[in-house]
Design a protein around this ligand. Structure first.
Ligand code: HEC
Ligand code: HEC
Length: 289
């Protein structure tokens, strides 16, 4: 065959493959977007999807998830892929401003570049909204974004998730979902006085969880955690919100299940359960337990 014929075949293959690849990326992005729980924090109750305005109450004040639709004026329509990835990985806005860690980039930093770009591709297929983002209601000194440079230095370790070759693919998939996308630790891990996550007590619960309410210990300690649950129990809970005693979960976990974990494949739920139940048990009594 001549070189020209080869070239033609390549061009034809390229043309045939390109649109399929873009669709694949959007479909993958939709799945990852759900796993990341982006919708909840960036959508006001009853508001347009991702148009912002959802209040997030923290010890530092009340933050409002901004508009992250593809609107060029009030959303992220002008953001490049690189700017978007940088926001997730480094907590830096388009203009270089420091972002507050209520946006869970201490977890999202672990998302792979390809997954982050797929999420953006999916977001850009959703309808834009021209609703302006609501300013945060955060008192001095927390309203000074530059202070976040010091906060990051003490409390933030950037870096994409690295699989542990010694573990099974299921465990690694679970670890990636829990640590990076589904950011379970952002609610279930205790924080230090500066609001930084205490990695040494990962997932052991906190009295001051989301909206200043308790989030339980989900390490496998039998008394203060979920050590009496098996992989099926936890996977079923993440699908249905029903625990092994037949009780239905409440508050924000209900939302996590509705928006996120019930939308995952059952393999992914089982992977999350396998990973969580493999963690070191931490004795830490939170709330009613
Ligand atoms: C726990 C709530 C929460 C979740 C979950 C969340 N965000 Fe956010 N996000 C925020 C808040 C609050 C801000 C504003 C931070 C600031 O002003 O410093 C923000 C900021 C952003 C920004 C920067 C916007 C700008 O105008 O500077 C982007 C981009 C973003 N989020 C994308 C995402 C994506 C993608 C996901 C899902 C993978 C996601 N967020 C999940 C709360 C959240
Ligand atoms: C936005 C915050 C938030 C996120 C993210 C979150 N949780 Fe929760 N979770 C909670 C809260 C709050 C409760 C307590 C709900 C209640 O009061 O019934 C809870 C309850 C639970 C329970 C029930 C524990 C018990 O003892 O009854 C399990 C198990 C659980 N979460 C696992 C997870 C896993 C796994 C993830 C990540 C895939 C996750 N959660 C992500 C806030 C969160």
């Amino acid at each position: 065959m001549t070189r020209f014929a080869f070239l033609l075949i390549f061009v034809a293959l390229g043309l045939a493959a390109a649109p399929v690849r873009a669709d694949d990326q959007v479909a993958r992005g939709e799945y990852l977007f759900r796993a990341g729980g982006c919708l909840g924090c960036h959508t006001a109750p009853g508001g347009a999807a991702l148009a912002g305005g959802r209040a997030l109450v923290t010890p530092m004040g009340t933050f409002y998830g901004p508009n992250i639709t593809s609107d060029p004026e009030h959303g992220i329509g002008r953001w490049t892929d690189e700017e978007f990835v940088r926001a997730l990985h480094r907590g830096v806005g388009r203009g270089g401003e420091q972002l507050y860690p209520v946006f869970p980039y201490p977890s999202f930093t672990k998302i792979t570049d390809a997954d982050a770009k797929a999420i953006k591709a999916y977001i850009f297929t959703l309808p834009p909204s021209s609703q302006p983002s609501k300013p945060h209601d955060v008192p001095f000194p927390f309203n000074i974004r530059l202070l976040l440079i010091g906060w990051k230095w003490l409390n933030f370790s950037p870096g994409v998730f690295k699989p542990d070759e010694a573990k099974t693919p299921e465990w690694n998939r679970g670890a990636y979902l829990v640590e990076a996308l589904a950011h379970c630790g952002e609610c279930h891990t205790p924080r230090n006085l500066m609001g930084g996550i205490e990695r040494s007590r990962a997932l052991s619960g906190t009295a001051k969880g989301p909206d200043m309410k308790p989030a339980p210990n989900i390490t496998p300690d039998p008394e203060t955690g979920i050590g009496k649950w098996n992989q099926n129990d936890l996977a079923y809970f993440l699908e249905s919100g029903i625990d092994p005693d037949g009780d239905v979960t409440g508050s924000v976990m209900d939302e996590v299940i509705q928006n996120t974990t019930s939308k995952l494949t059952s393999d992914d739920r089982r992977a999350i359960a396998a990973y969580v139940l493999s963690l070191p048990p931490v004795v830490h009594k939170v709330g009613r337990k």
